[in-house]
Design a protein around this ligand. Structure first.
Ligand code: HEC
Ligand code: HEC
Ligand code: HEC
Ligand code: HEC
Ligand code: HEC
Length: 268
């Protein structure tokens, strides 16, 4: 009898915790996500795409881009609640540029930005709108960049930024392995982070001369970081050598001790 009661209590606890988890998850969702998640076609597709995006991972949700009131089903999409809806093609750079200010400035001054009203590429043409991922040089590819003009143009830009991209990746690897052996790499990481940031914005100029100019500036900064990394690696190498020598000495000492003991036992 007691056993059955225990099982009953356990089941009750399990069921109620299941409901509690479901309810508290729903409470995390905004009304935008709750309602759109249950709609059809183009009205619900953004929810799935957004869930996998870099914005979702960084807490940027529907209302951060589209405006509106994320807490109230009735008021959600009213202009009075700050709802701005869907931007026209040429408004997209302003729409995204509310947060990505530096990128927007570089972009607006570029050939793409200047041709915006005539169908120049804008943010969502290259990045999409809901399924946006971490940006990388792989966004420059034939599929994407031959939609409006020769891919040749894109290749030139890609070649110009590839080498710096590679040195950045190499240095980041070195810093990571220094970090693994317990060295304080905060300063190195910070300087790489800022180089990477200013470098990755540069693409949006799509201008070879501008890219080459700033490239040399950024590479100067990188060579300083590289020198600092080499210093650390040198010290580590010396430490390793000293460590190796100590181990060798210990082994040698052990052998001698063994030999001496063996000589004594042999004499016995
Ligand atoms: C109660 C359901 C419901 C809620 C809550 C809701 N939406 Fe909608 N949304 C809809 C429906 C239905 C449409 C299509 C009809 C229309 O445009 O009014 C729509 C359309 C949209 C569109 C496209 C508008 C256009 O002009 O094409 C966007 C963007 C949008 N919603 C964003 C949001 C955001 C952001 C929130 C939260 C602040 C939100 N929605 C909350 C039901 C909802
Ligand atoms: C990073 C900004 C951003 C976020 C976050 C975002 N959207 Fe959008 N959304 C856009 C842009 C830009 C468009 C314009 C369509 C385009 O050009 O792809 C758009 C278009 C739409 C449309 C019109 C669909 C169509 O194909 O015409 C709906 C509906 C919509 N968004 C709903 C949502 C909902 C719901 C969420 C949250 C799950 C959301 N959006 C999150 C930027 C965003
Ligand atoms: C012609 C295609 C294209 C257009 C148009 C474009 N981007 Fe990019 N974007 C890229 C590529 C390629 C990279 C990666 C460059 C790299 O890794 O060196 C990138 C990188 C980024 C990054 C990461 C770099 C950083 O500084 O954090 C952000 C954010 C970004 N883009 C936002 C935008 C916004 C906002 C717009 C519109 C104002 C826009 N992009 C327009 C292709 C494009
Ligand atoms: C409400 C602010 C906000 C708006 C509006 C916004 N973003 Fe973002 N975006 C962020 C934040 C925050 C991150 C994550 C931190 C970071 O990488 O800068 C991010 C990250 C990104 C990244 C990845 C950057 C990287 O490091 O590789 C891209 C690409 C991007 N956004 C493009 C866009 C595009 C395109 C739009 C317009 C459709 C847009 N964003 C609108 C805030 C915003
Ligand atoms: C939606 C159309 C469209 C797409 C997609 C597009 N471009 Fe462009 N691009 C243009 C237009 C328009 C111009 C300016 C007019 C011209 O020179 O033909 C241009 C010009 C350029 C230029 C010349 C810049 C200068 O200063 O002379 C380069 C380089 C370039 N694009 C690279 C790219 C790369 C890289 C991609 C892919 C990531 C890309 N474009 C995707 C429309 C596009």
């Amino acid at each position: 009898m007691k056993k059955i009661r225990n099982i009953f209590v356990l089941a009750l606890v399990l069921v109620s915790s299941f409901f509690w988890v479901t309810i508290s998850n729903a409470a995390d969702d905004t009304v935008c996500i709750q309602c759109h998640g249950g709609l059809d076609g183009v009205l619900s597709a953004p929810v799935k795409q957004w869930e996998e995006s870099v914005h979702s991972a960084n807490g940027i949700s529907c209302h951060d881009c589209h405006g509106g009131d994320p807490t109230d089903f009735e008021l959600a999409m009213l202009p009075e609640s700050g709802f701005i809806g869907v931007p026209d093609y040429a408004q997209v750079p302003e729409f995204c540029g509310r947060c990505h200010v530096g990128v927007k400035d570089d972009y607006m001054a570029s050939a793409h930005g200047q041709a915006l009203e005539m169908g120049g590429a804008q943010c969502v043409v290259c990045h999409e709108s809901h399924a946006i991922q971490l940006a990388s040089i792989e966004l420059i590819n034939e599929n994407s960049c031959s939609r409006c003009h020769d891919y040749e143009r894109a290749v030139k830009v890609k070649t110009a930024i590839s080498s710096t991209e590679e040195s950045l990746a190499q240095l980041e690897k070195s810093v990571a392995s220094l970090h693994r052996v317990g060295i304080d790499t905060k300063r190195l990481e910070d300087s790489l982070f800022s180089s990477r940031n200013s470098f990755r914005r540069l693409f949006h100029t799509v201008n070879i001369d501008k890219i080459n100019n700033q490239k040399s500036e950024i590479e100067e900064g990188l060579s300083e970081t590289k020198a600092a990394i080499l210093d650390y690696e040198d010290t580590l190498g010396q430490r390793k050598m000293v460590g190796g020598a100590i181990v060798l000495l210990l082994i040698l000492g052990g052998c001698i001790a063994l030999l001496i003991r063996k000589t004594f036992t042999d004499e016995d």
